[in-house]
Write a protein that binds this ligand. Sequence first.
Ligand SMILES: Cc1cc2nc3c(=O)[nH]c(=O)nc-3n(C[C@H](O)[C@H](O)[C@H](O)COP(=O)(O)OP(=O)(O)OC[C@H]3O[C@@H](n4cnc5c(N)ncnc54)[C@H](O)[C@@H]3O)c2cc1C
Length: 548
Amino acid sequence: MTTTPYHYIIVGGGSAGCVLANRLSADARYNVLLLEAGPPDDHWVLSIPTGVVASLMKPEFSWGYESTPQSGLENRPFPIPRGRVLGGSSSVNGMVYFRGHPGDYDDWAHREGARGWSYAEVLPYFCRSEDNRTFAGSPYHGASGEMSVTNSPRPNRLSRSFLEATKSLGLPECVDFNGPDPEGCGMRQATIRNGRRESMVTAFLHPVRHRANLEVKTGVVVDRVLIENGRATGVRCLVDNQVCDFHAAGEVILSAGAYGSPAVLQRSGVGDAEELAALGVKVQHHLPAVGRGLRDHPNAAVQVKTDRDHTSYGVSARAMLRNIGNVLEYVLWRGGPVGSSTFEATGFLRSDPSLARPDLQLVFMPAHRGPKMTALPMGHGYGVLSILVRPKSHGRVTIASADPLAKPLIDPRFYEDPDDIDVVRKGLLLARQIVQHPAFNRYGGHEILPGPDVKDDAALTSYIRRTSSTVHHPGCTCRMGDDPSTTVVDHELKVRGIAGLRVADASVFPTLIAGNTNAAVVMIAEKAADMLLGKAAPEPVRLPRAAL
Ligand SMILES: Cc1cc2nc3c(=O)[nH]c(=O)nc-3n(C[C@H](O)[C@H](O)[C@H](O)COP(=O)(O)OP(=O)(O)OC[C@H]3O[C@@H](n4cnc5c(N)ncnc54)[C@H](O)[C@@H]3O)c2cc1C
């Protein structure tokens, strides 16, 4: 089955895809088609902020990926949830709004060859999409964009204890993690609107679904890009197991995410020629960088259990009345803990004072997640995640076969570089100091993980290898830059060697930003839309910020 041509075809209705669909269809001259493999986002669980716990357990909203066995993790694989629903991963994520460090973007522009992507040049795009009333008037924030960004109105008492402890230990404070200097400890910002998840589909797509020049199709798995004489002319898809082609008179934009976009490219014959030929894929363009460069943020946790205190979020007989009250408060007023992002407090820190900028994120969890780090907190306690945010190790993603329904092989090679595990270990030691601070005495907790006996470097390293997993920030699998041997797209996000084809999502990060990735993806899609529509980039905004 074939269809009449569209001007733009966007592959993947996730964070980037929703922003692009909005911005491109704002120009009535162009017909825009957005294709998403997953279902619509109309399930109630996706709209409730604490529903993140339940949505992660629902296989119908996730690709259900798993890493290959990791030699740095004692040959364990680990689960990799990714959103497979309209809104993509933004429909199931933790809603944290954190752009990383301004220096990340300067590195992109000045070290990685991503011309036009320095902090001064991308700041206007961050502000364009943001609706942040807390920092309204700040030149680092926007207050009239589509995406609501808020601070937690009523953080858990335990989160306050975390900040009391970090302050008393002499760690710096940070009031605005998206301001001039994000280093320090403080409360995080979240994409929440009136007690509901602000996914990129609620922010950018639903408000414009009525546009006559915008078509959104769910349940469509894009197999590959159709390429004729070196030019993308459309996409071949599976709809209810039937093959269906859609044609693009203008451009095809891949926004299928850090695993999806390289997989579509490889199935289209764009990748390592030898590897593709071995899988029976007709090679269109030898571009070995496709899928390579995968980076992600690994973590390990200190966890404390409280037997008598039930201040933490959790399921227990003792907390039943309070939990019922919280649910009622949410149902009646959309307020209280059910409507807020649970992991409210954080630290963005340097594991070594000689470093130019932070390489470690500590995330405080006012919930007991048990030895298996389950999503649903049974019982009570708290913990701190130690997260490496500037990993040196990098791996790759590769299709396992030409079958569009087959899962890709995801190999992030966690801890291949020995420096990486040192940072997580230093973070665990700091986390332990924090939870042992007198600010936590009133809760009467006792450490269950790594456990009081796990003290020396060797024991901690072994604990990290046994328990580490991802905090869900993969990127860099179709890197942007100017080196044709290590990058996939140029600074205008155009795929090398194929006309009419761009990538715009987390896969184009030249290097992984040192923070949660959704805000950066939205920024990329904003800038991609300007470039596609031939609009001039906004004037760079040069503002004071921390010395790098
Ligand atoms: C559990 C979890 C928690 C997270 N927490 C946070 C957080 O708190 N803060 C933060 O900033 N970031 C967080 N992230 C990361 C953030 O959500 C992602 O970086 C961001 O959503 C990525 O956007 P994207 O557009 O690159 O990909 P996605 O949003 O994943 O979108 C890709 C879309 O493409 C679709 N797709 C893929 N392949 C195909 C195909 N072949 N055909 C058709 N459609 C296809 C997918 O179904 C998906 O909808 C989290 C992610 C997860 C999974």
